[in-house]
Ligand binder design. Structure first.
Ligand code: NAP
Length: 301
């Protein structure tokens, strides 16, 4: 059954011609079999009719260094890097750009004639996707729920466009650590009803960067639903399921809500542009990623 699903996905995802000249892109992670990225990037490659292919590589943590050496020796043009390698991969690269260094993780690796440069498109992808949905959000007042890896990317990106940031996290100390590294007047609060009620009343935008509501625990919601007010912007980084309880409750209460699929697509589009120099069609990428949820509901980044 699993094998048949894999073959079906392979047929959907790899309809590109592979020639002697074809340049290889890919994603490394552990696990990797449910990644949406191959479907998304190969759809863009097909739409643009360019000589590339994008492949998922399963890399165990103990093989990360040799895998990165392989990128050089096999002349792989570029990679996405996903869990659990986003932090540790930095030590094996020739250069890490300032944005990735600040958030402490790399999601994109560019091979420039054997010199490997690491960067992160997570934060810029978040901003671009939010602006595609809602228009400019510079200077907004943002309440970020969560203080993990994705919260770091979102917090630095929002601070970079002049937003006022408040971080609420279950483990308060992690929220404090995050706001101290972001600076720019960012504040930490506890993830409790009273504090959330006060902060949400002052916020233009709420971003859920926790895994609450994610498959298979889809009943979860990261804040009390009755605190959501009409007109507020709600961005849920979770995209599996595409309609989380947070998205549904937000829309029911007149908020404007976006799910994490858009961030996934825009961070991928920015990586694609770095590797190929071509701006890919984001609608094609989004349709390809969404189609995975039609086929099965266990997809991941
Ligand atoms: P992470 O580094 O493991 O951080 C997880 C965060 O969730 C922490 O702040 C953790 O709080 C909080 N959390 C977990 N369970 C909780 C609970 N039951 N109640 C309250 N808080 C809870 O994970 P991540 O990489 O940031 O990813 C978080 C989510 O974002 C995942 O759903 C992931 O799929 C999604 N994501 C989406 C994109 C995208 O492109 N759309 C990109 C990256 C991540 P503690 O600190 O207290 O443990």
């Amino acid at each position: 059954m699993e094998q048949r699903r894999g073959l079906r996905r392979l047929k959907q995802g790899y309809q590109v011609n592979v020639l002697g000249t074809t340049r290889v892109l890919g994603v490394i992670g552990h696990p990797i079999s449910h990644s949406l990225s191959p479907a998304m990037h190969n759809a863009a490659i097909r739409a643009l009719n360019i000589d590339y292919i994008y492949v998922p590589f399963h890399v165990l943590p103990e093989n990360l260094e040799s895998a990165i050496e392989g990128v050089r020796s096999l002349e792989i043009a570029g990679l996405n890097v996903t869990i659990p390698h986003k932090e540790r991969v930095m030590r094996f690269l020739d250069e890490v750009d300032d944005g990735a260094r600040a958030i402490g993780s790399v999601n994109t690796l560019v091979n420039q004639a054997g010199r490997l440069r690491g960067c992160s498109t997570d934060g810029p992808g978040f901003i671009k996707s939010a602006e595609a949905a809602w228009g400019k959000i510079d200077g907004c007042r943002a309440l970020i729920l969560g203080a993990g890896g994705s919260a770091r990317a979102v917090a630095f990106a929002l601070a970079g466009i002049g937003c006022r940031i408040v971080v609420a996290n279950r483990t308060f100390e992690r929220a404090v650590e995050l706001v101290e590294s972001v600076g720019a007047g960012a504040r930490a609060v506890r993830l409790d009803r009273q504090e959330l009620a006060r902060e949400i009343a002052e916020a233009d935008l709420v971003v859920n960067t926790t895994s609450v509501g994610m498959h298979p625990n889809t009943d979860g919601i990261p804040l009390p639903a009755d605190l959501i007010r009409p007109g507020i912007l709600v961005y849920d980084l979770v995209y599996n399921p595409p309609r989380t309880r947070l998205i549904e409750e937000a829309e029911r209460r007149g908020a404007r809500a976006v799910n994490g699929l858009k961030m996934l697509v825009y961070q991928g589009a920015l990586s694609f542009e770095m590797w190929t120099g071509i701006r890919p069609p984001v609608d094609v990428m989004e349709n390809a990623a969404s189609a995975c949820f039609g086929a099965e509901r266990t997809c991941e980044a």
